[in-house]
Design a protein around this ligand. Structure first.
Ligand code: PPS
Length: 361
């Protein structure tokens, strides 16, 4: 009888554990599915991972994003590739907290590099990441221009965790030219510090064109795109490579929401010729101790740009990748001359607005 009772109980337990295993499996699969569809809050994925999952799940949407980028002549994926390469190369070794740390909290960025495209924004972000009190999302989130409908919690979730006293940052150069961006950033936090890396708009336009050309070798020549009418020499301001360089116009839109004191204008040229000097200004503006200094940089003759010195114990390259610092095609001097004439009044206005002569003329 005792034996019968024991075997009965045992049988009941077996059935019970089968049911438990079954429900556990259901729970695990539901959770995995939930995470794969991007809704999982507790395992946040970096943006580029998030997007590639999305494009696997929604291939049409992925293709449309790529096509839009092609039409607009912008290839944010290239910058994401750069970001992935840097992370993979151990570039983050300078940052004293590992990328996957679980300490601290996710905060909205207190400072954003809002522009300009091809100004040197990636170099600035990577130099800033050397600072132990800077925590920055590597890929461009494009929240205030493309993904605003995903909501602020989605945005905050993309940020790395930070500790007290650390600054959270991101960079998305297209914010500077996005009409809705100032109001949107303002509604997140009116105290956000805004950094704009500016570069001679003529060189910037050629750099922008070079990037588009690298993805689309059949692109018409720079001179055939830059003029509305080549005989009159009228510049085509509807071409984004030209429009982005009218800095005064874009800044006016931002100044409707933020006072000038909340902006820092970094010279893209000086970021190359004197990275430590420009980094000193940036750290002061962000209220950070001047940690990133001359001792972090060396000029790489092959690359033709400053690179970060190897951290101790690492043999990895410290320069930005091939998509940064490309050789530009030769543009006829008279075309560049006309473009320079076109930008002159806008540059003067920009110098006046910012109180800073960038010396582009
Ligand atoms: N240290 C260092 N290494 C490499 N490149 C450097 C560096 N500092 C500034 N630059 C200049 O950055 C230009 C690219 O600008 P962005 O990073 O803002 O481009 S992007 O908008 O994110 O695509 C890039 O433009 P191109 O020279 O036309 O490729 C560089 O001139």
């Amino acid at each position: 009888m005792g034996c019968w009772t024991t075997s009965l109980d045992f049988g009941h337990l077996k059935a019970h554990s089968k049911v438990s295993v079954f429900f556990t499996m259901i729970l695990v699969f539901t959770y995995l599915f939930y995470c794969l569809t991007g809704c999982c809050e507790s395992i946040p994925s970096p943006l580029y991972v998030h997007q590639s999952f999305r494009s696997k799940l929604f291939p049409k949407e992925g293709k449309k994003l790529q096509a839009d980028a092609r039409v607009n002549g912008s290839f944010p994926d290239q910058d994401a590739e750069e970001e992935t390469r840097l992370r993979g190369s151990g570039y983050d070794i300078y940052n004293n907290l590992s990328v996957s740390n679980n300490f601290g909290t996710k905060e909205f960025p207190q400072a954003i590099i809002i522009g300009v495209k091809k100004g040197g924004t990636r170099a600035l972000l990577e130099f800033l990441r050397v600072h132990p009190d800077v925590r920055a999302v590597g890929a461009e989130p494009h929240f205030f221009d493309r993904f605003y409908d995903k909501g602020l919690q989605w945005y905050r979730n993309l940020m790395p965790r930070s500790l007290d006293g650390q600054i959270t940052m991101e960079k998305t150069p297209s914010y500077f030219i996005t009409h809705e961006a100032p109001a949107r950033v303002f509604s997140m936090s009116r105290g956000t510090k805004l950094i704009v890396v500016v570069r001679d708009p003529v060189t910037r336009a050629v750099s922008d064109y070079t990037q588009t050309l690298s993805k689309n070798p059949g692109l018409p020549s720079f001179q055939s795109l830059v003029f509305k009418n080549s005989s009159t020499g009228l510049i085509d301001t509807s071409w984004s490579a030209v429009r982005i360089g009218i800095y005064a116009k874009h800044l006016e839109n931002w100044l409707r929401y933020f006072p000038l004191a909340q902006f820092l204008f970094v010279s893209g040229e000086r970021l190359v010729t004197d990275p430590a000097g420009e980094m000193g200004r940036v750290q002061d503006f962000l209220g950070l101790k001047r940690v990133v200094s001359n001792k972090h940089f060396y000029f790489n003759q092959t690359k033709g740009f400053p690179c970060l010195k190897k951290p101790e114990g690492s043999s990895r390259p410290r320069c930005l990748g091939k998509s940064k610092g490309r050789a530009h095609p030769q543009i006829p001097p008279d075309v560049l001359h006309r473009l320079r004439d076109f930008y002159r009044p806008f540059n003067m206005k920009f110098y006046q607005m910012t109180g800073h002569d960038f010396g582009w003329d």
